[in-house]
Each structure stands twice: as structure tokens, then as C-alpha cells.
Design a protein around this ligand. Structure first.
Ligand code: SAM
Length: 199
């Protein structure tokens, strides 16, 4: 299958990242400069672990990345990473407990995606639900002035979702990485400067 053998796939393999998606985070970081030494980061939809690995490298020994995904992963992470297999829709004691020592986060990133069905309407609706859940996790967990990155499938609801972030961030931007597959309908909404209170 062509899509699994493209330039970014090969590059990821060579650079020891388990998925090509790492280049999307790299592009996001180049554009918005969101990853800094010493940060505490919550990475939602972290499997197989490319974003987590890249973020861990950027935050260094004094920083920490908590990766959460409903799936397990075989990826070996450095000491500044905690990986938790959990469903973000469940307020499980494991998830709440894993977040607790790192609160508030400097940055929350979500590359979460639903299992696609091929039915555009369904896939968009499920992507939106994941984005809403990620947004609902921000109060008391993202620090004031902190940043947020969330993947969303393009569709009629993006505008309203973006507007919902306008009220809690100083700036909200839309970004489409070059390394996203041409046929992919994903885009990233970036919230800069959290003003959501209680953070
Ligand atoms: N950022 C990852 C990386 O670089 O390796 C790739 C993430 S992949 C595109 C999307 C992930 O979202 C999948 O691993 C999927 O299991 C996860 N996901 C979907 N629904 C979820 C949920 N309810 N809770 C946690 N993770 C979820």
C-alpha cells in the first residue's frame, strides 16, 4: 500500500520513530514554538508513541510527558515519560492519578482520532467528540498561559469548535501540516495562551 511507504514513513523508520505522525508535531513546533525544555506535557492519543518520544526529547530531563491512549504500545520510552493505557472518556482513578503529580500542564496535545468508518459524517462526528473531550479536560489541568493542540477532521463543525476555543485562549490558529497525507481530512487547531481560569 503506497501510503504506508511514502517519504515520511521511510524517514520515521530511519529516525527510529514508530509513526510518521512525528513530522506533524515537528511542523507544529516549527510554526508555533510550543515545545520547551522543562515543560510538563499531556499527550492524548499517544500510541504508538512518536509524538511522546519527540516531545520527551524537547522537554529534556527536567520535563515530563504523560502519554495516554486506549491502546497499548511496544515503544520503549525514556525516563521522563509515563505511558498510560486509558480511555479519555473515562474519568478512571488511573487517569486522574497519572495526571495529578504533573498538574498543571504547560501544554496539552491531542492527536486522537476515531477508528474511521469511511462514512464522512460519522468520522467527523467522532473526531469532534474526541476534540470536545480534550477541551473539557483543560480547566484546572492546563496552566494559565499554556498552549493546546488538537487534531480535528475537517467538516462543518470545525468553525464552532474553533470559536469555543476563542473564548478561552488569547489566539486560536488552524494548521495543516505538509506531512499530513494529501488525502487526509485532518487539520490541527492550536490554542495559544490559555485564559480558561482555574488552570
Ligand atoms: N500521536 C501518535 C503518535 O505519534 O504515535 C499517533 C496517534 S493516532 C493518529 C490516534 C490515536 O488516538 C490512536 O492510537 C487511538 O487509539 C487514540 N484514541 C482514539 N480514541 C481514544 C480514546 N477514547 N482515548 C484514548 N485514546 C484514543
Amino acid at each position: 500500500m503506497k501510503q504506508y511507504r511514502d517519504h515520511y514513513f521511510k524517514r520515521a523508520k530511519k529516525e527510529n520513530y514508530p509513526a510518521r505522525s512525528v513530522y506533524k508535531l515537528q511542523e507544529l513546533n516549527k510554526r508555533f514554538n510550543i515545545l520547551q525544555k522543562g515543560q510538563k506535557i499531556l499527550d492524548l492519543g499517544a500510541a504508538p508513541g512518536s509524538w511522546t518520544l519527540f516531545a520527551a526529547k524537547k522537554v529534556g530531563d527536567k520535563g515530563h510527558v504523560l502519554g495516554v491512549d486506549i491502546q497499548s504500545t511496544e515503544t520503549e520510552f525514556p525516563a521522563n515519560v509515563t505511558y498510560l493505557q486509558a480511555d479519555v472518556f473515562e474519568d478512571s482513578p488511573e487517569l486522574l492519578g497519572a495526571m495529578e503529580p504533573h498538574l498543571p500542564f504547560d501544554l496539552i496535545i491531542s492527536d486522537m482520532a476515531p477508528k474511521t468508518t469511511g462514512v464522512k459524517f460519522t468520522d467527523q462526528a467522532r473526531s469532534l467528540e474526541l476534540c470536545e473531550r480534550a477541551r473539557d479536560l483543560l480547566p484546572r489541568r492546563l496552566k494559565q498561559g499554556g498552549n493546546f493542540v488538537v487534531k480535528i477532521f475537517e467538516g462543518p463543525d470545525v468553525k464552532e469548535y474553533r470559536e469555543s476555543l476563542n473564548t478561552i485562549f488569547s489566539k486560536v490558529k488552524i494548521f495543516k501540516p505538509k506531512s499530513s497525507r494529501a488525502e487526509s481530512k485532518e487539520i490541527f487547531v492550536v490554542g495559544l495562551g490559555f485564559q480558561g481560569g482555574e488552570g
